[in-house]
Design a protein around this ligand. Structure first.
Ligand SMILES: [Cu+2]
Length: 500
């Protein structure tokens, strides 16, 4: 506040000083004779015009030369995408023509001001109209502009082309919001799930993904963009509040993110992050320490990262929309992809707001089958009898009853598949409870539950002489019965491989 007042006070003072100087000059002119003063001022101004003409041109050329290796499109900053060079080409041609015009008009402007400064006894020539001149300065810019526009249009059509049917590409999605980018990858199925803005709920469902659409279940939401080099990528771009702009400067990718109007950009990264760093390492500018306060910090080229920026001033947190972009080899990309967790499975699954919490999902069935089979393989090669006990993690009973819940069938079917695979295998099915309630009742319940599993197996064509069932009640806890978590572990159904 006080700084503002001081600035305003200064401005007022400056205006007063200028007015006073004007008055003094006026007075001096009256004393010395107005014309003489005017001519002297003209001469001085004309000389300044000439100095400015030279100084500004030199400064412009010097700075362009000095900073050339920092500018996109020059030195180490050749475009890192397949289409990038066509944009750079259009840019350079425009720069070439406008550069010529800039130098010529700049020189003409100040040279004329110098040469035709007011002199005693010289009168300006009166030239009301000149057809030849007008034709020249209309025709030349028109022809040049036509050339630039047509060339630009060709580049635009090439760069903005959408993927055509049957083309090989991967799709990701970026949604701008004040002030971050939500990034979404399709997951193993390669397909992004549908969204509905009515389902948006911060924390639970930031993008409004429709969980009843299976395509959504494996979608991942990483905090950075990782892409394989040489693979065509289509980015779906949307916004949730105001205008944002999806900008990958090193790839010459830039497209507005508009609320309610999905846009897209198709591009192919052509240089990995590492390759870009290697290019930078050849230039002295990038040997400086990355941290100006620490001379021992890694050189700039080593710490280089591609980035995603928002290129639309979208509010006061606009700067924080930066995200890292990493271009890697196909193998590194696959490795990274495998480490990513589905948003649904990690943040929604089983929670109160999960609309499918009572359902066993296709992806879970597959995952559990894999886990179950690898546990069985491990038990088969184990030596000690206690290492041949396998817990049936997904066999559920109705509370306090020995009646199997429908969701148990997937795990039991995995067991049947194993028994069919190893025809000599015999097992004991065991039931266990926690220590709540009456001991004898627990014993009965565990026996009945083990029997229920036994019956299910027999009904499904497993020979009864390969099976026996037993209830252990609360006699064999694997965890403390003091905590809810421990109790849940003690209430279990398992089987032991007896012979194999
Ligand atoms: Cu923004």
């Amino acid at each position: 506040m006080s700084t503002g007042l001081i600035i305003i006070a200064c401005l007022i003072l400056i205006v007063i000083v200028i007015i006073q100087i004007g008055k003094v000059t006026d007075l001096a002119a009256k004393i010395r004779g107005e014309e003489a003063v005017q001519l002297e001022t003209n001469k001085r101004t004309a000389n300044f015009m000439l100095i400015f003409m030279v100084a500004f041109l030199v400064l412009t050329c010097w700075s362009a030369w000095h900073y050339k290796n920092w500018m996109l499109g020059y030195g180490p900053h050749q475009a890192a995408s397949a289409h990038g060079s066509s944009i750079d080409g259009a840019f350079n041609i425009t720069l070439f023509f406008t550069g010529i015009v800039f130098v010529l008009t700049h020189i003409a402007l100040f040279w004329f001001a110098y040469k035709y400064a007011g002199k005693k006894g010289v009168i300006a020539e009166f030239m009301p109209h000149d057809n030849k001149l007008e034709v020249i300065w209309t025709a030349i810019p028109a022809v040049v502009m036509c050339f630039l526009v047509i060339r630009g249009l060709v580049a635009w059509n090439e760069v903005m082309a959408d993927v055509s049917e049957g083309e090989d590409y991967m799709e990701i999605e970026a949604t701008g919001q004040q002030f971050l980018w939500h990034l979404r990858y399709p997951g193993p199925d390669g397909k992004l799930g549908t969204r509905n803005f009515k389902l948006i709920k911060s924390g639970e469902n930031p993008l409004g993904q429709d969980w009843t659409d299976d395509k959504n279940l494996d979608d991942i939401m990483p905090s950075e963009i990782v892409l394989p080099v040489g693979k065509q990528v289509r980015v779906r771009i949307t916004a949730m509040d105001v205008l944002h702009s999806f900008d990958l400067p090193h790839f010459r990718v830039k497209m507005d993110a508009v609320p309610g109007m999905p846009t897209y950009f198709v591009f192919t990264p052509s240089k990995t992050t590492e390759e870009y760093r290697q290019e930078l390492s050849k230039y002295p500018e990038y040997q400086q320490p990355s941290d100006p306060n620490d001379p021992k910090s890694a050189p700039l080229w080593k710490t280089f990262e591609y980035e995603l920026a928002c290129a639309e001033l979208c509010g006061k947190g606009h700067f924080s929309m930066r995200r890292l972009v990493k271009i890697v080899s196909e193998e590194e990309y696959q490795k990274w992809l495998k480490e990513q967790q589905s948003f649904y499975l990690t943040n929604v699954r089983g929670k109160d707001f999960d609309p499918r919490k009572d359902e066993v999902l296709g992806i879970e069935v597959q995952q559990r089958k894999q886990d179950f089979n690898s546990t069985v393989e491990k038990a088969l090669s184990a030596e000690k009898p206690e290492d041949k006990i396998i817990r049936l993690n997904y066999v559920y009973f109705k509370t306090g009853l020995a009646e199997l819940d429908d969701r148990s069938k997937y795990e039991l079917d995995n067991l049947i598949a194993v028994l069919n695979k190893y025809p000599n295998m015999t097992i004991e099915v065991a039931g266990h409870t926690d220590s709540d309630g009456d001991d004898a009742a627990n014993m009965t319940l565990s026996q009945e539950r083990a029997k229920a599993v036994y019956d299910y197996l027999v009904t499904n064509q497993v020979a009864s002489n390969r099976l026996r069932s037993r209830g252990y009640g609360e006699t064999k806890p694997v965890d403390s019965n003091e905590t809810e978590e421990g109790k849940a572990k003690n209430r279990r159904t398992e089987f032991q491989i007896l012979t194999q």
